[in-house]
Write a protein that binds this ligand. Structure first.
Ligand code: ADP
Length: 269
């Protein structure tokens, strides 16, 4: 039927990519990009070939979080068709609108332009062979989300939330988008970020600054597993700002937390 044809056409675009995973959140600022970056590093550490497509067109964070903001992808034209080589940083292939626009300039694009740019990120970028292509989705629900799920065969979505009510409420809306109308993208699990804070001088204490249990509740609502709880850790924030994901190093709490999430995720697909 037409659905089957559409899926076949979608797969032709990315023949070497085994799994496309949307990393999504309802609200901005919950750490979706941070989770994307560290999950990518964890999957790579586990031996997978990983790419990141920064679909957050108006607020691309991936170049900075990878310390790659000064790099530019190579664009060539052959037979009237564009070929874009993704940036390779720390062994991860990545593309972002942030690599293609001047730093500090705001990207105020209308929906159709943003959608067109994203289509190029799939169709024109030479992704090669990948086990996982992670999509860092824009927050919320929009035209861009629809374009994404209609353009490529998304294998599944991971929902990132903080434990607090305003975040889980928005994440519920964001998650239900994946099963609307003819969209049928399975939710693979929930990742709770900023779950608690443990001060260095009180190593046995957990302070639940954003409340407790929101990630599990959201997972229950979707009937999926809570894949992990990532604490609030200064090194996570520093890694993002310094352009060196903390999971690259053996941070005793954070690296193992992301490695566990990566392992659970790999079992789901
Ligand atoms: P989003 O992509 O959801 O908008 P970001 O990933 O940009 O959110 O994260 C927002 C800010 O919070 C960033 O400065 C990031 O470094 C910080 N951050 C995210 N998760 C954590 C965490 N677990 N611990 C400490 N800081 C975090």
């Amino acid at each position: 039927t037409s659905d089957v044809t559409a899926n076949a056409q979608k797969s032709i675009m990315l023949p070497g990519v085994k799994n496309i995973i949307a990393v999504s959140s309802g609200k901005g600022g919950v750490g979706k990009s941070t989770v994307t970056v560290n999950l990518a590093m964890a999957l790579k550490k586990a031996g997978a070939k990983v790419g990141i497509l920064d679909a957050d067109i108006s607020g691309p964070s991936i170049p900075i979080m990878f310390g790659a903001e000064d790099l530019q992808p190579l664009v060539s034209v052959k037979d009237g068709k564009n070929f874009i080589s993704p940036i390779m940083q720390y062994g991860i292939k990545m593309i972002s609108i942030g690599f293609l626009t001047p730093a500090d300039s705001a990207v105020v694009w209308r929906g159709p332009m943003a959608s067109q740019a994203l289509k190029q990120f799939f169709g024109d970028v030479d992704w090669g062979e990948l086990d996982y292509l992670l999509l860092d989705m824009p927050p919320g629900t929009s035209d861009i989300h629809l374009t994404l799920v209609q353009t490529v065969p998304v294998s599944g979505a991971v929902i990132v939330t903080t434990p607090q009510k305003v975040a889980t409420a928005d994440a519920t809306k964001g998650g239900s988008m994946f099963s609307q109308g003819n969209i049928n993208v399975p939710i693979l699990g929930v990742i709770e970020n900023m779950s608690y804070f443990t001060p260095a001088e009180l190593p046995n204490h957990k302070y639940y600054l954003f409340g407790e249990g929101g990630g599990q509740q959201l997972a229950d609502k979707f009937g999926v597993e809570l894949l992990g709880q990532i604490p609030i850790v200064q090194a996570i924030r520093e890694g993002g700002d310094e352009g060196r994901p903390v999971t690259m190093d053996e941070h005793e709490v954070v690296t193992s937390a992301f490695m566990n999430v990566a392992e659970k995720l790999a079992q789901k697909i």
